[in-house]
Design a protein around this ligand. Structure first.
Ligand SMILES: *[C@@H]1O[C@H](CO)[C@@H](O)[C@H](O)[C@H]1NC(C)=O
Ligand SMILES: *[C@@H]1O[C@H](CO)[C@@H](O)[C@H](O)[C@H]1NC(C)=O
Ligand SMILES: *[C@@H]1O[C@H](CO)[C@@H](O)[C@H](O)[C@H]1NC(C)=O
Length: 418
């Protein structure tokens, strides 16, 4: 062992998270990979500062949503669900967490866990966007290890939701955001099957007022791009190759069919978003933009997570045919609920959107209008009375004054003439 490597293995502390641990192991045993990886995190660091638009764009997302017109309507089922009606939020899957990027710490071998929950991000994420519409939103994050199966994560969420009073009467929105490393590299353990099992569990245990959004991760575009973009990513993503092989489009198609047949009712539904079908990294003129990825190339960076969440928001409020399948981690402004159909879009309301707007209720205003009317009539009567009295008074004084006035003006005229 060279002194260089010996030093490394001393410096790198033990980290509980599996991903960080394996990278650490590789870093301390493979000097070539160590050099590649240091190059990767240095490029990511440079590219993160290569987005001067970030500051403005990220800070305007929530402001933009605050300008959305509020449309009043009755929320009577999954097809008429507005963002405002969502009361409980949860997200699971490796794309719901992010890696922090601090070059100093990474270079010191202090690898981040990549398990930071979206709600802890300082950039806009789905929970913050929904909060613009419902400040009372309850946000749940899974305390368990993110490597646990989706069913286990969903079980934890379900138990905590059930502890909320009146949870059956509150709309619950659950996002399932798997990446290539969710599930297992096997027929029965692949991400699509895990997602299906989790949906089934929720259907059995939270059948009332639950809306599930799934980000389909069959496409490997994003990660194939990353593998091509940097040799360190190629090595890092290599261990997920088997997962990708199992995560085929055809299995997701079957999941989709099963969901349509069994898990779409009036008070429970699942929407599967195709954003990543042909997803890819954004491009700089000289190569791929790796700043949206974490240092492990599989998770997002804080920046990448926020960009994705804004895109999920817009996809959710767009009819099925308008949803993009070619996601790129670049800035986009979040869409307001469409005035024509201000709901989270489902297959049903994408085809026909039936609803009635509640016009502003005139009755709460009525007492004020009547009061104003009475006041106006009183004022008018007073005015007439005063006018009447004044006129009468004027008539009696007018005669004298007229005589005096005419005398005065005639005197004046005489003066002028003279
Ligand atoms: C990165 O980590 C170091 C050491 O913990 C800390 O001093 C520094 O402020 C951090 N940098 C940023 C930008 O957070
Ligand atoms: C939020 O909750 C508080 C108390 O729980 C309630 O008084 C308030 O009206 C709620 N606000 C909205 C916008 O629902
Ligand atoms: C591409 O150029 C930008 C400067 O425009 C630089 O910050 C970035 O690191 C370069 N990317 C690569 C992969 O060299």
């Amino acid at each position: 062992m060279s002194p260089h490597l010996l030093l490394l293995s001393l410096v790198f502390p033990l980290i509980s998270c599996e991903v960080a641990f394996r990278i650490n192991e590789k870093l301390s045993t493979d000097p070539e990979f160590y050099e590649q990886w240091r190059d990767l995190v240095a490029i990511q660091d440079r590219q993160m500062t290569d987005h001067p638009e970030d500051l403005y764009q990220f800070s305007t997302v929530l402001d933009q949503l605050r300008t959305c017109p509020l449309i009043r309507t009755l929320s009577d089922g999954v097809h008429n669900l507005r963002v405002n009606d969502v009361a409980i939020y949860a997200d699971i899957g490796h794309l719901s967490t992010f890696c922090r990027h601090n070059l100093t710490r990474l270079n010191n071998g202090d690898l981040d866990s990549c398990g930071h929950h979206s709600s802890s991000s300082e950039l806009p994420t789905l929970d913050k966007m929904i909060k613009v519409f419902n400040p009372n939103l309850t946000v749940m994050n899974v305390h368990r290890n993110h490597d646990e199966s989706f069913v286990n994560q969903v079980k934890e969420i379900t138990a905590r939701i059930k502890a909320i009073p009146d949870h059956e009467e509150k709309w619950k929105m659950i996002f399932m955001l798997p990446n290539i490393q969710d599930g297992e590299a096997s027929e029965t353990g692949q991400a699509a099957i895990e997602v299906l099992q989790a949906i089934e569990y929720l259907n059995d245990n939270l059948p009332r007022k639950t809306f599930i959004v799934v980000l389909k991760s069959s496409g490997k575009g994003m990660w194939r791009d990353a593998s091509h973009a940097h040799s360190a990513c190629l090595t890092l993503l290599d261990r997920w190759k088997k997962y990708v092989d199992h995560n085929s489009e055809s299995v997701w198609e079957q999941v989709n069919t099963i969901v349509e047949k069994n898990f779409q009712h009036q008070l429970f539904t699942v929407e599967i978003l195709p954003l990543l079908n042909e997803g890819a990294l954004a491009q700089f003129p000289n190569g791929s933009d790796l700043s949206s990825l974490g240092y492990d190339c599989a998770h997002w960076s804080e920046r990448g997570l926020s960009l994705l969440h804004v895109a999920i928001w817009t996809a959710m409020l767009s009819s099925q045919s308008m949803r993009t399948r070619e996601y790129r981690p670049v800035h986009s402004m979040p869409k307001c609920p469409e005035p024509r159909c201000p709901f989270i879009r489902t297959s049903s309301n994408s085809a026909v959107c039936l609803w009635s707007k509640i016009e502003d209720d005139p009755f709460p205003l009525a007492p004020q209008i009547i009061a104003v009317a009475i006041l106006a009539v009183c004022a008018l009567l007073c005015f007439i009375l005063v006018l009447f009295l004044c006129l009468r008074k004027d008539k009696s004084t007018l005669k004298k004054e007229k005589a005096f006035g005419s005398n005065f003006s005639s005197i004046k005229f005489i003066d002028d003439d003279v």
